[in-house]
Design a protein around this ligand. Structure first.
Ligand code: ZN
Length: 387
């Protein structure tokens, strides 16, 4: 499916945004008019409330999240963490329909899964949930250090990658974090800035404590230290604009705990990709929690990392940090509502810096008019690389 030398453009989308209206017409339009070479479709998400960009019913789409395909149960026999299929997907098996329609058109299909922020799993199986430094179990996120969660993800990746039309699996939310620290809805004495969120997001569940302790990390010191830092933040007596990195530079137990975390996540990404029939990617975007992502995810040959930018000036930075990157993710705010000349010059920069593909967000949020600048930018990029 993937043509060497061709500029690849993927558009991310929730499955309902392709299926509602008319699946065939949506794909024809994206391929024929807009010029995308593939779609990246969410197949496992947290709860979503989406106000859609186009006139399609229902205009506001709600789901409690879960899987948007019918899992093969034998894939999950080795884990106590069992898949939860979304109520919306139960009667219709969206993946099967989308895969067939993409295959008929020669459109590439990738699937994206939220690996940790699957709140329904965390609610149902609190023993697999992240726990913050106060011992509170998350109702939103499961812990990627938990053996059952790891075996579940292994089943999930293999389940999805063994379906013929799927050419890649993207691991999103690939982070160990007490989920309530992300996003809104948190009430606390202080304004939650990034640094406070990072401390509150650190996971000290039993799996993390055991794993890090047996790797020689002084977990209790790391935890006490995190508690002291957060207490200072909440009292307002800390420099809350300090970067997490500079905190770690002066705090060896906490730094050791984070280094263990990076190794753990790197090993998990390799394990999930190992022997997989399709390309596995790790999406570096985690809403508001860039500090928690492993700085160096040593994936090895099997795993690629996709970085996402939400400002044009981040592009050269990503290029210099990840010279091996072939593709760049572009977040919705940079695309939706952009003027054609701005988007064309962004894509020109993408080509200049040696990327040969982009993945842009997000079909469901785009109005009809938002598609026109994208079409022009894709044309420009394709002409520039001579295809
Ligand atoms: Zn944990």
């Amino acid at each position: 499916m993937t043509l060497v030398g061709m500029f690849q453009t993927y558009l991310t989308t929730y499955p309902w945004d392709l299926i509602d209206g008319d699946l065939g017409a949506n794909l024809d339009r994206l391929q024929g008019e807009v010029g995308v070479t593939g779609v990246s479709v969410w197949m496992a998400t947290p709860p979503v409330v989406e106000v859609r960009g186009r006139e399609v019913e229902p205009r506001v789409f709600r789901t409690r999240g879960g899987l948007f395909f019918h899992p093969v149960e034998e894939r999950y026999e080795a884990t106590r963490c069992k898949p939860i299929v979304s109520t919306w997907a139960k009667p219709k098996d969206p993946l099967e329909r989308i895969a067939r329609a993409c295959e008929e058109r020669g459109l590439a299909l990738r699937v994206m899964i939220s690996t940790s922020q699957t709140s329904r799993l965390a609610e149902r199986q609190p023993e697999m949930a992240c726990k913050n430094l106060y011992g509170d179990s998350s109702r939103r996120s499961v812990c990627l250090s938990n053996a059952d969660v790891q075996a579940y993800l292994d089943g999930l990746v293999r389940d999805l990658s063994s379906r013929g039309a799927v050419e890649g699996v993207t691991l999103a939310d690939f982070v160990t974090a007490w989920g309530e620290a992300l996003g809104g809805g948190l009430v606390s004495s202080g304004l939650m800035d990034d640094l406070q969120r990072v401390f509150l997001a650190l996971c000290f569940c039993e799996s993390c404590q055991q794993g890090a302790s047996s790797a020689g990390v002084d977990v209790q010191s790391a935890r006490r230290s995190a508690q002291v830092h957060l207490a200072r933040c909440l009292e307002g007596s800390s420099q809350t604009d300090a970067a997490f990195d500079s905190v770690l530079a002066n705090d060896e137990p906490l730094a050791a705990y984070q280094r263990w975390r990076e190794r753990e996540l790197s090993a998990l990404s390799r394990k999930l990709a190992n022997g997989c029939e399709v390309r596995v990617r790790v999406d570096r975007r985690v809403e508001g929690l860039l500090h928690l992502l492993p700085g160096q995810l040593e994936g090895g040959a099997e795993v690629s990392v996709i970085s996402r930018i939400d400002r044009a000036d981040q592009l050269p930075l990503v290029r210099s940090m990840h010279p091996e990157c072939r593709e760049i993710g572009i977040s919705g705010p940079l695309v939706i509502g952009a003027q054609a000349p701005d988007l064309v010059s962004l894509f020109a920069r993408v080509v200049e810096l040696g990327f040969d593909g982009v993945e842009i967000d997000d079909y469901g949020l785009m109005s009809d008019s938002a598609l026109t600048p994208i079409k022009q930018a894709i044309r420009y990029a394709r002409r520039s690389v001579g295809v």
